[in-house]
Design a protein around this ligand. Structure first.
Ligand code: AMP
Ligand code: MG
Length: 487
């Protein structure tokens, strides 16, 4: 038998099923009535060398709806737990099935998961399904994040199922194919630490390190090193969110990915006017997951993660606690430094110095005070094109602007400054009103606005693009805008 990969094969691996059985349940997706492709990501398919899908769209419909399973796949749903809004719960893939793993062109192992694919042993009271609109929302925002250079799960396709799902209304159903470095979450560690043996926890930890952090393999303190690495990736991730005004919306520990990708695009949204307290999620009444509380929650989630590793850090509980605390104690300083470096870059400063802190904070004060658009401001600053904006004429802003001009002149020549600014500040983000409008139209069968928006957000740093008024938010839109989980 030849092991060579034929051009037409989907070559599926199933490394997760070699782990302790308590970590998953074997389950098939539930077939759907009348699958139709709403969107398929050709460039991602090429990256994954899914040539057969590119050559034969019938296969997309069959395999990516869950109606057929590729040869070699042993589909499973993964078990996990999590702290939701601070409260521990047993969870698991209630509406997702992992078809298996693929190797990308870059030789990375990635998960291929169907979401909205029917009931599983973890579905609890849920129907295991998803609405077409919510899966398309995940598709467009995750792709936008990818092009904003932010680590994220990706979307390969959305299939309209031809079946209705019952929420407050009867809605079109959809299945998303999600590609992720893996779907291992802080909540997966919580599940293993609470329900499995210490040996199983060690086995699982080794699997995670081998898959995601192979450079740590020689270390004799694997759990501690893992905690440090996961912490650094989370810091980088959240700093990136703050760079573009992204609000995840539901940073429960089950939605925090161990490889450090943005995962679970439920009630997420983008902030328009700068306000650190911005929340859009309908269920986040106390602002736990507000824009500027995200770094604090990152720390909170990492503390939970550290807790799951204590039993394998050392045999002495007190010592383990000390080690974990020492790692976590560096979070705040590390975060603050990386955040300042990022903000400085948004201002065209390559070499952040302590003295820049005041200028950055003053700008954010002004942005909040004058409700300035967080994205458009930096683009306008780059073009030096503030026209008709009330805040520009204020003495406060004029003073700030003079300081900034002097500062960037010291730093670099102006083409260097513009280059840095252009690489950090997108000219387009998936504005909430555009996303919602596009989704309404696709649901009615018209894909035009969706495709147009997808194209726009796939090139967000192209300062040559003529975006007209595409990034102007309708008055008062945000005041009533709400996002929802689990639709
Ligand atoms: P999420 O809010 O998407 O992070 O989901 C939290 C938990 O609820 C996960 O265990 C999901 O699998 C589960 N879940 C969400 N929607 C459904 C559904 N329609 N049917 C079954 N389980 C669901
Ligand atoms: Mg989730």
């Amino acid at each position: 038998m030849s092991l060579s990969k034929k051009k037409s094969d989907i070559y599926i691996q199933n490394s997760y099923i070699k782990l302790p059985q308590a970590l998953y349940s074997k389950v098939y997706p539930e077939p759907v009535k009348n699958p139709k492709i709403t969107i398929f990501n050709e460039s991602l398919a090429k990256d994954l060398e899914l040539n057969n899908f590119l050559e034969n769209t019938k296969l997309i419909k069959e395999y990516l709806s869950g109606n057929k399973i590729p040869k070699g796949s042993i589909p499973i749903s993964q078990a996990y737990a999590g702290h939701q809004f601070g409260h521990f719960t047993m969870l698991g893939d209630g509406r997702a099935v992992l078809i298996g793993e693929l190797t990308s062109k870059q030789n990375q192992l990635v998960d291929l998961q169907l979401k909205g694919s029917g009931r599983t042993p973890y579905s609890r009271q849920g129907d295991g399904r998803a609405t077409l609109v919510s899966m398309l929302r995940e598709y467009i925002i995750s792709e936008a994040m990818y092009y904003l250079n932010i680590p994220t799960t990706r979307s390969l396709s959305v299939i309209k199922t031809g079946e209705k799902v019952f929420r407050e209304d009867k809605l079109n159903g959809g299945v998303l194919t999600r590609i992720a470095s893996s779907h291992i979450r802080v909540g997966t560690f919580e599940y293993v630490a609470r329900t499995c043996s210490k040996n199983d926890l060690i086995r699982f930890t080794k699997y995670v390190i081998k898959r995601h952090f192979p450079s740590l393999l020689g270390s004799n303190q694997l759990p501690v090193e893992l905690l440090k690495e996961v912490m650094l990736r989370q810091i980088d991730l959240i700093v990136n969110w703050l760079r573009v005004g992204f609000i995840h919306g539901v940073m429960n520990t089950d939605n925090m990915s161990i490889p450090g990708e943005t995962i679970d695009y439920g009630p997420c949204a983008f902030m328009n006017k700068y306000n650190p307290d911005t929340v859009f999620s309908s269920i986040d009444r106390n602002g736990r997951y507000s824009f500027l509380n995200q770094p604090n929650i990152g720390y909170w989630n990492l503390s939970v993660f550290a807790g799951t590793l204590l039993s394998i850090m050392s045999d002495d509980k007190k010592k383990s606690l000390e080690i974990a605390k020492e790692v976590l104690n560096s979070y705040s300083e590390e975060f603050s430094y990386k955040w300042h470096v990022m903000m400085a870059k948004k201002l065209g400063i390559n070499q952040f110095v302590e003295n820049d802190k005041k200028m950055i904070l003053k700008l954010l004060d002004l942005m909040k005070k004058y409700s300035i658009d967080y994205t458009n401001f930096f683009v306008k600053l780059r073009w030096d094109a503030f026209t008709g904006e009330g805040f520009c004429d204020t003495i406060e802003f004029q003073d700030w602007y003079k300081l900034w001009k002097q500062r960037v002149q010291i730093e670099n020549n102006s083409s260097e400054v513009f280059k840095i600014m252009e690489s950090q500040n997108p000219i387009v983000i998936p504005r909430n009103h555009l996303v919602e409008n596009a989704l309404l139209e696709v649901d009615k069968g018209d894909n035009n606005s969706f495709n147009k928006l997808l194209k726009l957000v796939s090139d967000p740093f192209n300062y040559e693009l003529n975006i007209n008024n595409m990034q102007t938010v309708p008055d008062n839109f945000d005041e009533t805008y709400k996002t929802f989980c689990g639709t």
